[in-house]
Design a protein around this ligand. Structure first.
Ligand code: GLA
Length: 403
């Protein structure tokens, strides 16, 4: 990231945080004790691998969710959001359970519940949210809200969770519990790890086979004249609606049929003989995706670490095809975004995140940005799809206090 961009990013974070203080005051009649934020993410590669004890490689993005918060004397959590005006929610820490927090508020209230479950002394909070990670974009708006809330809670209840990596990893675990058990979305841990553990100009290599610290991979493309274009298709994407959970269950079925501890345990060289032991073609395709995708993460990290970025072309192509054909999580809009970007000269492109709508990413030459953007816009218009939201990103830092 060059200095100007960095300054600009800092400025706008401060501007957003300062204006959220005003919103909080107008909503609750008092100043918040602070403002915290957490980033959304794109995943460079390694999709649907986290809950299979595999590898993935997310990058935090400069679109962040901000929360202004203040402690209450009771055990109520009162939450309002700039993005859903007039929908203030109040939940008691004593009654919170799956479904009780109601929709988006569960992601915030669930974190306080999970921190209390982990043995921390937690009380009520007043919270106002400004979510700048587009909702339903597959860019982890949910995890950004959870992790911004966690950052606020650790400061306000003096839990010291943001000070070091082990504290942050404890927060990751609490945010995952909130999402799985209170919001009811059976996701893995990639998004929460990205939001709490990322660092500027790096991608985060996460290994979910056991409790490993993240490995940071340099990810600074500007010097090479390259950048990452995010293509939010605005096609519907929701992880609580069954399709995501269905894929996860299919993987669990395959694990049972194969008698392995996880799909991570299958070595790529044993893939064909392993697939032959599965009971259906669908399971064979699901397992093939997971095993080959984990291997592609290793290849992508090697390409980034050696600076041989041209190798990303084939790795991303194979990843997108695997998600489209074997894991069946792409859709017409994602395929069109990826195909158009590649046909217009993107170095590499693939869908990112949970799928079934949401966003794709492309590694592009900065010099070709406008050409590729307008080709994707024209292709969406011709296909009569919703207008996509296109923007470039740099690798951003983790959840932090803003004010
Ligand atoms: C969503 C989930 C993650 C991960 C991705 C797919 O973002 O929240 O845990 O499974 O989908 O890679």
């Amino acid at each position: 990231m060059n200095a100007n961009n960095a300054d600009h990013a800092e400025d706008s974070r401060r501007v957003i945080a300062t204006s959220l203080v005003d919103t909080f005051r107008a909503a609750y009649g008092a100043d918040p004790s602070g403002v915290w934020s957490a980033p959304g993410r794109v995943n460079l590669i390694g999709e649907h691998t986290d809950y299979n004890h595999g590898l993935c490689l997310p990058v935090a993005i400069p679109r962040r969710t901000f929360v202004a918060a203040r402690r209450r004397a009771d055990r109520q959590i009162r939450i309002a959001s700039i993005q859903v005006p007039g929908e203030e929610r109040t939940v008691s820490l004593d009654t919170i359970a799956q479904g009780s927090a109601g929709g988006w508020a569960a992601y915030s209230a669930g974190v306080l519940w999970a921190l209390e479950q982990a043995g921390h002394a937690i009380g009520g909070l007043d919270v106002v949210v400004d979510g700048r990670v587009p909702l339903g974009s597959g860019l982890s708006s949910s995890a950004a809200l959870e992790c911004a809330t966690a950052a606020a809670a650790v400061d306000l209840f003096e839990l010291r969770g943001l000070d070091d990596e082990s504290g942050r990893r404890r927060l990751v675990a609490a945010c995952i519990r909130a999402e799985n058990e209170i919001a009811g979305a059976p996701t893995g841990g990639m998004d929460q790890s990205a939001a709490l553990l990322s660092a500027p100009d790096t991608a985060l290599l996460l290994d979910f086979d056991g409790d490993h610290p993240p490995h940071r991979v340099p990810f600074e493309l500007t010097a090479r004249g390259l950048e990452v274009l995010v293509m939010n298709t605005r096609a519907a994407h929701a992880l609580g609606d069954g399709q995501y959970g269905n894929r996860r269950q299919e993987c669990e079925t395959a694990v049972r049929e194969l008698g392995v501890p996880s799909l991570r345990a299958i070595a790529p060289v044993d893939l064909d003989t392993t697939l032959a032991r599965l009971s259906s073609d669908v399971l064979r395709r699901r397992v093939r995706h997971v095993v080959t995708e984990i291997a592609r993460v290793v290849d992508a990290v090697a390409a980034l670490e050696s600076g041989e970025l041209d190798r990303l072309t084939g790795i991303f192509d194979a990843s997108h095809a695997s998600m489209r054909d074997d894991y069946e999580i792409s859709c017409a809009e994602l395929d069109l975004a990826v195909d158009t970007a590649r046909a217009t000269g993107a170095l590499a492109a693939r869908m990112t995140g949970g799928g079934f709508g949401g966003s794709a990413i492309a590694v592009i030459e900065t010099a070709r940005r406008e050409e590729i953007r307008s080709a994707v816009e024209r292709a969406f218009e011709a296909a009569r799809f919703r207008e996509p939201e296109l923007f470039t990103i740099t690798a951003d830092g983790p959840a932090a206090r803003e004010l």
